[in-house]
Design a protein. Sequence first.
Lengths: 298, 292, 567
Amino acid sequence: MRGFKRSWQFHLMILPSLLFLIVFAYLPMAGIVMAFQDFKLLGGGIFGSPWIGLENFRTMFEREDSLQVIWNTFFIAALKIIFNLLAPFTFAILLNEVRKAFLSRTIQTLVYLPHFLSWVILGGILLNILSTDGGLVNRALGAIGIDPIFFLGEGNWFRFTVIASEVWKEFGYGTIVFLAALANINPSLYEAAEVDGASRWKQTLHITIPSLIPMAVVVGTLSLGNILNAGFDQIFNLYNPLVYEKGDIIDTFVYRTAIMEGKFGFATAVGLFKSIVSMALIVISYRIAYKVANYRVF
Amino acid sequence: MYHKTVPYRIFNLFNTAFLLLLGLLCVLPLIHVLAVSFSAKSAADANLVNLWPVDFTTVAYEKTINNPVFLSSLWVAVKRTVIGTVLTLGLACLAAYPMSKESTVFKGRNVYAWVFVFTMIFSGGLVPFYVVIQKLGLMNNFWVLILPAAVNVWLTILLLNFFRGVPKELEEAALIDGAGHFRTLISIYLPVSLPALATLGLFSMVFHWNSWFDGLLYLHNKADYPLATFLQTVIVQKDMSSMSINPKEMELLSQKTVNAAQIFLGALPVLVIYPFLQKFFVKGLVLGSVKE
Amino acid sequence: MKAFTKKGLLLAVACMMLISLLGACGKADNDGNNAGANNGGANDAGETAETGNGYKDKYDPPVTITTVWGVDPELKFKNGETIENNVATKWAMDTLGIEIKSLWSVTDSNNAFATKMRLALTSGEEIPDVVTIGDAQLAQDLIDSGLFREVGSLFDQYANDTWKAAMAIDENVWNPYTRDGKRMGIPVLDYAYNHDYLLWIRQDWLDKLNLQAPKTLAELETVMEKFKNENPDGLSPDQVTPLSIGFKNKMSTWMGDPSWVFGAYGTLPEQWNAGADGKLEYGSINPGMKQGLETLKSWHDKGYIPQEAALWDENKTAEPAVAGTAGIIPGPYWMSGWPLSDTAKNVPGAVWKPYAIPAGPDGKAMRHGTHFTNGVTLISAKMEHPEALFTYQNYMFDNYADPKPGSVFDNGLFKNYDYDIAEDGTLLRWEDIPGGYVNSVRYLLVRDGARIPDAQMKALLNLADGKEATTRLEKEVQTAYGLETPGAAKVLLSQEDISFKNMFTGPPTETMSSKLDYLNKIELQTFNEIIYGQKPVDAFDDFVSTWKSGGGDKITEEVNTWYDSVK
């Protein structure tokens, strides 16, 4: 293969992106040292602030509610990751069965819409429709004999609501990538199956799903980077004193204690902790995908 | 043929109905926002608007269109989105192609891949980033909206996975013909990756269209803001306890209807672009070119 | 030719001198006109317009003041102007010889100004000569950075009498910005009582039910019961919100505020109150809270307050009030203009009237007070001409803050910006200004130009007593505020003695930085759980002991150390 000798071309192709990353990502990473500093606004800066070792991390883990908050974050984020993967995956397959192109495209466009509304707006809408005091959802539940549910004021229901509304908001947008993967499936596979007399269910099971799995693995692995991001905008708009115990997450607490007060050292320390956990999970799942399925995610 | 069987027809009927219902559920909030935008201020402030305007009026739209900042920020947003998307896609194609090769073909690929992914997870935070922006002279400069976000690692990795699906025979044929990798990328890979490129383009567009924080922090004048930044500054509710009271501004404060109009107008361009991109999701593109 | 040029030059110089002389005459005239309001400035600066230390009424050549801006998102500009270059910067140059130079500006939403300020200074950008900060934490950090100078001596030396008198109304305004007895920042004065509250009640409902306005909590309960169960507008009980309040963010806030319920039992939550022993005490742990919580719980059980009050923020509490389904909403005196003026559009005949805060069983009543300051102006240690800031502000205090009729700013600040005059010489309503109203006061170097804390209340009281509007302030409050505002001001001031400010205004103490967020969290959580009946009222006692052992006692100690240092 003559391609071997051309590997300088490969390096050249990557170079522009690499330069951008060095300038805008790696250079600023020097700031990670702030995690180990009592970062002073002035008279210090990144290179002059006093070193305090792991003090910032101690502050983070010494709070009475540290474990609770980290667990809340992990729990909500993990379920969001799972359902944000399953929902678009399933939806793409179901949509694939709608034969009329017009219908299929209309549905695609409709489910894509909620992604574009901010949580400030959706928070207000949720407050209305989930109200125990004549909200749409509770009236519907009442019609089938279920007592009103305090969706936003009861800890477990709050978690449910946060996850469900996030999945509802994002599944349409997440579907796009699977639709693109579906478009890449070689139609001759289906033709062959048809000739063999395979049922549609069999075709889905043996052609469609396996073709989508690599994409699902890629999206799933990368989304592990969010394992400690439970969705600041959403929770910040929806949470309230009744659900602090089950709904307070790392980002809301960092916002209250560090961002509002300009404690950049502490914020960096929390960020570093989150990054390390995410990175560990990504490395693990990358390894698993490679060992089990011999597939390199990236 | 399976789709003529009775069970499949029944399934298809229920499936379509279910998906339509789901679609309806997704469109309702937007209809609510639309209804608010066409309602009278007093009704909107009282939360009396559901899915249909109360006391229909187009005042909110007149105010929005007549706001010079809205129009200028719309233009900045279009500029940003077009330039940003083209640059992001270009860089992603260039970087994804070599990284889609096996490590037996391109030895350095694993290192590069991890170098890329690492930047998705770790960051130095706002402070050092701000210093870099400042030292590069990007402060209060349009390009601050473009350059820092030019490389999108997530999209690059997505694309490299799509590139892996390109049949090897195509590439080998090209290389044997003496084409370099640049030509192979452009004349072989890109034409068969249209669904992927449409997806990436859409993601990139949406990203650029919705980004607001950079504009707020690095640009000084409202007239230079992209639309998302401008909208962000009007949507956020004010905490009256921390500001001084000016009675004449009270009137301007409750702009629920105007905000709704701006949200809708602001989202409109990215909403209408999707149906146009859908034609790239046509099945069989890859196969078609193999047969050629 | 040469000689001619020289002559020309001489002529030009002579002309210039003449012009400046005329200018000086014009100025003297002007001073004569407002001698009453203006004597402070005249005395300090003297007619020579120069004292030994560089202070001038007008600088020639001009001096430059650099600053940075956090622009209010709602602030509008016209004629293509920006915050850097507008009618106010031109005015400062022309009138005072002061060039306002902007280093940067940012639209202040999402806390952007504080973030930008921190980042800019951290990354070594130029320090502005003068900057006005609203964010309390940022102000404290900047003062502690050592980049800004002591200002107390400058203030004593240069500030005119009007300004000094305004500042002397409450000496405590300096407290937050004092370090070891040194005054490190000039407090930005605001109108008094802006965030004090009273009860807005639907007068038409009271009338139809033949009820008197409630003077005690017991009477209030009767009113709420009737509003709910015998609603005069024919609303069914579950549609009515008798008292619209919310606790999502705080128990002590600015609209839909519940803190007076605790005030009826002798404490105000979320602030530091002076105890009987002269020490400061955290209001949320006072035993009175328990009775307040019990009261709120019973109101919640009876449906007098929103069932989802825990999810409601301030703006949400206004919704039922505007919709016409709420009977009572606590809030500031200015609410009749916004948002309550819209109620009548949804429910014709709806009338809101202001009433005093009702008293508890022991006749006690308390409401939280408003500080007379809403920020601080800092002066860079490197500023060459700090006196220029005082030239600017002295002018504002003399001519803008509360001038007698006939002053330069008689009708407002800038013609065709925040006011305009019709062809027949009358003042236009602000909606009718050609090209639109813009609040050009916000273009000024120091936020809001100059405010004298008690001036607005005085103006409102004059109007409430039937006086015709003559001064600028009187005209302004008359045309711009809602109709009920003067009456509300009167009600508010009739209860002046029940207004209690947060007595702790210092920088956050050491223990606060590490413990306060968690303590606040369990506080709000416990209070809400008690109101919702998820925990018995006795959970309050557990909260108090947790609060004390979890850092609260230490914080109390630190707060009192600070209090002793400023007393």
